[in-house]
Ligand binder design. Structure first.
Ligand code: FMN
Length: 180
């Protein structure tokens, strides 16, 4: 069976109107597993950053482009976007508490964290599974968010470190899918 238009599915086959209940939407989008990236830079000497599960790679390979979407209400992005370059750290499997700290609304998000800063001000989180040095390419309005395209200028792969996974409002770790 092919569904050609979302409106035609509403009320039948168990579909609900996507815009009806934000909690339904949040729970539905939470079924999509994702990695988590910390987007960080040192701005006027102050470590600045946020975490994003909307982060995605492989938008383009030539040039290499990644993206994330940021809430229009973010108080950090208006500051972070002034950075000459931004460090995107794909958080590692042991970073659940670090992620919660980096998303906190109060206190120093970087207190006690193992960080690496570059000459251009990009800031990376130690223990991450992938580090991407990035420059902002574009900012496009998308509903209550903006989509930020980042061009990747340098890469460091930490092959021995598995990424942290976010799914169903919980942090998870990858489990090998053994063949039987
Ligand atoms: C697991 C997780 C994923 C998040 N993903 C995003 C995201 O993709 N985009 C976003 O704007 N904020 C996201 N946030 C919220 C931000 O990290 C941050 O808390 C928010 O921007 C509010 O802080 P601010 O006003 O300093 O920006 C996420 C938070 C958590 C805990």
């Amino acid at each position: 069976m092919t569904i050609t238009h979302p409106a035609s599915a509403t009320g039948v086959h168990g579909f609900e109107l996507a815009s009806k209940d934000p909690a339904v939407l949040r729970a539905a989008f939470g079924r999509f597993p994702s990695g988590i990236a910390a987007l960080s830079a040192v701005i006027d000497g102050v470590p600045t950053g946020l975490v994003a599960t909307s982060f995605s790679v492989g938008v383009s390979f030539d040039p290499p482009i990644v993206l994330f979407s940021v809430q229009n209400s973010s108080t950090t992005w208006p500051v972070l976007r002034s950075a000459a370059s931004i460090g995107a750290s794909v958080l590692g499997k042991d970073h659940a508490a670090v992620c919660a700290q980096l998303a906190s609304r109060t206190g120093d998000r970087f207190a006690g964290l193992d960080t690496i800063a570059t000459d251009t001000g990009s800031l990376f989180i130690g223990g991450s599974s992938l580090l991407l040095d990035c420059e902002i390419l574009s900012e496009t309005p998308a509903g209550d968010h903006h989509i930020i395209l980042l061009q990747v200028t340098a890469i460091k792969v930490e092959a021995d470190m598995d990424p942290l996974v976010y799914h169903g409002a919980a942090f998870r770790q990858l489990v090998p899918n053994y063949e039987i």
